[in-house]
Design a protein around this ligand. Structure first.
Ligand SMILES: *Cc1c(COP(=O)(O)O)cnc(C)c1O
Length: 388
């Protein structure tokens, strides 16, 4: 039989530069390769497997729901999605949830909410959304336009109109735009994940929130990567003392199944009415049953452990030989290395550790419940590879 790698090369669109590893299974923070080799998972499938591979609680909820009813469509009521929406609203104080299937879709919904809000509350020309340079909001045409990185735009022009971006930290630039262009919203990640794990300055973020408030614009936070406990709080905006109108999330929410959510509160509550948005799969009962087990286990006590593990990892890496800097929050860390990050990652892979990359950094997004001994082993190997 042809190898998996050969079949992939023959039959899949060539959109991914894959790491040279075929994964066949896993348990918790350990993954198994085709050849039986074990790996410590420092990526969680890009921050998706929040409780690791085949977590028992999650797996039981998902299997039980799959055996009951796998899909109903949004023409009918189902229990898992309403329980999950209630849990998300009760934990955040936001008022309502729209479920979709990915981060990009969660942001598409936010963009539609912002445009409808602008048209109804501010005036017909108020459709522009202010975003940040170096952001990442997804690969669909509107979220691509929201993404403030030219490399993603190349070959896909013309961009969807209605997006302007400023550098993170440039509050006066932001003020200038919202004062001269009719806007409807501000959209940002508090920690720019794909942009290189850059934690935004709290003074800038609060300044932007105040500006949005003053101008009557929606303040929207993209928590697709930072949400669901990743940074040591349920959502990263909670580190900043913000009250966003819109919060989008996906990745870790479903614990490994596709699920996006757009949480609406403040000035965004009630903007979406019947027929204004929809999704065939959104709020799928199997995905939501699994997600409910994820959200229910993100207790304050558990989140404190996420924060502590992140602090420990950071303390080990900061100032270590070959490490230039460490950025991030909780278990979302970016390690700037003296060696080429691709070489460091390849070295780690050869020694049974699977980190990720974000721009010029090695990025760590381990399962939130990674056992301490595995985290220690992985950090030790990463440190050795940085020092080589
Ligand atoms: C991954 C990511 C997205 C896109 O999510 P998809 O599920 O791949 O569509 C959007 N925003 C942020 C901040 C992300 O990290």
């Amino acid at each position: 039989m042809d190898s998996i790698k050969e079949l992939d090369a023959a039959y899949l669109a060539h959109t991914y530069a894959r790491f040279p590893v075929v994964l066949t299974g896993g348990k918790g923070a350990l993954l198994t390769g085709e050849d039986g080799k074990e790996y410590i998972d420092m990526g969680s499938g890009i921050g998706v497997n929040a409780f690791g591979a085949c977590d028992e609680v999650w797996q039981q909820a998902v299997s039980a729901q799959a055996a009951k009813l796998q899909h109903a469509s949004n023409l009918y009521y189902t229990e898992p999605c309403v329980r999950l929406a209630a849990a998300l609203c009760q934990r955040t104080g936001l008022k309502e949830v729209f479920f979709s299937n990915s981060g990009a879709e969660a942001n598409e919904c936010a963009i539609k909410v912002a445009r409808k809000y602008g048209a109804e509350k501010l005036g017909p020309k108020h459709f522009t959304i202010l975003t940040l340079k170096n952001s990442f909001h997804g690969r669909t045409l509107a979220t691509l336009a929201a993404t403030g990185q030219d490399t993603f735009h190349q070959d896909f022009l013309p961009l969807t109109p209605g997006f302007l971006s400023v550098e993170a930290g440039d509050l006066s630039g932001a003020e200038q735009i919202v004062s001269s262009v009719p806007c409807c919203a501000v959209l940002l990640e508090t920690v720019q994940g794909e942009g290189g794990v850059n934690v935004l300055d709290p003074a800038f973020v609060r300044g932007l929130a105040a500006l949005a408030w003053e101008k009557g614009l929606l303040f929207m936070v993209d928590e697709v990567q930072t949400g669901n406990g990743r940074t040591g709080k349920l959502f990263s905006y909670m580190h900043y003392g913000l009250s966003p109108d819109v919060v989008t999330t996906a990745k870790g929410l479903g614990g490994g199944l596709p699920l996006g959510a757009t949480l609406l509160g403040g000035r965004a509550a009630g903007i979406l009415g019947p027929g204004s948005h929809g999704s065939t799969f959104g709020g799928n009962p199997v995905c939501c049953a699994g997600a409910l087990t994820v959200v229910q286990r993100l207790t304050d006590e558990f989140l404190a452990q996420v924060a502590a593990k992140g602090e420990w990892a950071r303390s080990q890496l900061e100032g270590a030989p070959g490490v230039k800097s460490v950025t991030g929050l909780g278990l979302m860390l970016g390690v700037e290395t003296e060696r080429d990050p691709g070489e460091v990652i390849a070295g780690c892979q050869a020694r049974g550790v699977l980190p990720l990359r974000a721009k010029n950094k090695v990025r760590l997004l381990p399962p939130l419940n990674i056992p301490t001994d595995l985290l220690e082993q992985a950090i030790e190997i990463l440190k050795e590879e940085c020092a080589r």
